[in-house]
Design a protein around this ligand. Structure first.
Ligand code: SAM
Ligand code: CA
Length: 220
């Protein structure tokens, strides 16, 4: 995804020029991904910088990612982790994640990333069955929208108390606010937003970066 629909055109260039610090390897990954038909699935550079900032500020060591694609978010977060940090990265696509693997190598973070290929609901259930509940500091949900609620519930179990989940695309280009839009993805996002709003297990906020990111922090 390029410029956020939340940023006025006349500000976008200034913001990029004045704040962005995209490393060479991440810039190369963005260029390579731009050639793909599904390039728009990639998070923006400013969102990546925001997530790296969160990882460092929260002292995150263990990350769970649902939706790797070509690896931008996992690479930017892995670079922000300490040496002993770790990411469990879930995706269903061998094709997309083969690009991610190359960039994890190039960025020198491959040892921090454990790729789990397969439907993410099954992967998360497997992590729970293997005794990983309450062990992750941070999670990023950015995969197929109809499964977002299923991911959220499992991720919440996998997070430590005080752990944070970031959920991508919660504004869905503004479509969540347009009640005439009734496709499966928009409905799923609307339902998830409502679910989290009333979920007393978490503190929450909306960050208007990219396509809208919900941050939810697991309460004790
Ligand atoms: N976070 C990525 C980035 O920074 O570039 C973008 C992720 S992209 C929006 C969504 C990803 O979810 C795709 O790579 C797709 O293969 C994956 N996906 C779709 N359905 C899935 C499923 N059921 N289980 C796991 N991954 C899935
Ligand atoms: Ca996304």
């Amino acid at each position: 995804m390029g410029k956020s629909f939340l940023i006025p055109d006349n500000l976008a260039g200034y913001i990029d020029g004045a704040w962005l610090r995209e490393s060479a390897v991440l810039a190369e990954l963005r260029l390579e991904t731009a050639k793909l038909e599904k390039a728009g699935m990639q998070i923006s550079a400013d969102q990546g910088q925001f997530m790296a900032f969160l990882v460092k500020s929260l002292g995150v060591r263990r990350i769970l990612e649902v939706g790797v694609f070509t690896g931008y978010s996992s690479t930017v977060m892995a670079l922000a982790l300490p040496e002993d940090g770790h990411i469990t990265a879930c995706d269903i696509s061998e094709e997309f994640t083969s690009i991610a693997r190359r960039y994890w190598d190039m960025a020198g973070v491959a040892a921090k990333v454990d790729l789990k290929l397969g439907p993410a609901v099954e992967t998360l259930d497997g992590l729970l069955a293997d005794g990983n509940a309450g062990t992750y500091d941070f999670a990023f949900i950015d995969a197929d929208k109809p499964n977002y609620l299923a991911y959220y519930e499992r991720v919440l179990s996998l997070l430590k108390v005080g752990g944070v989940v970031a959920i991508d695309n919660v504004l869905w280009d503004g479509k969540v606010a347009d009640r005439t839009v009734l496709d499966e993805q928009t409905i799923a996002l609307r339902q998830l937003n409502e679910h989290i709003h009333h979920d007393e297990r978490v503190d929450l906020c909306l960050v208007p970066v990219g396509d809208g990111v919900t941050l939810a922090r697991k309460r004790g």
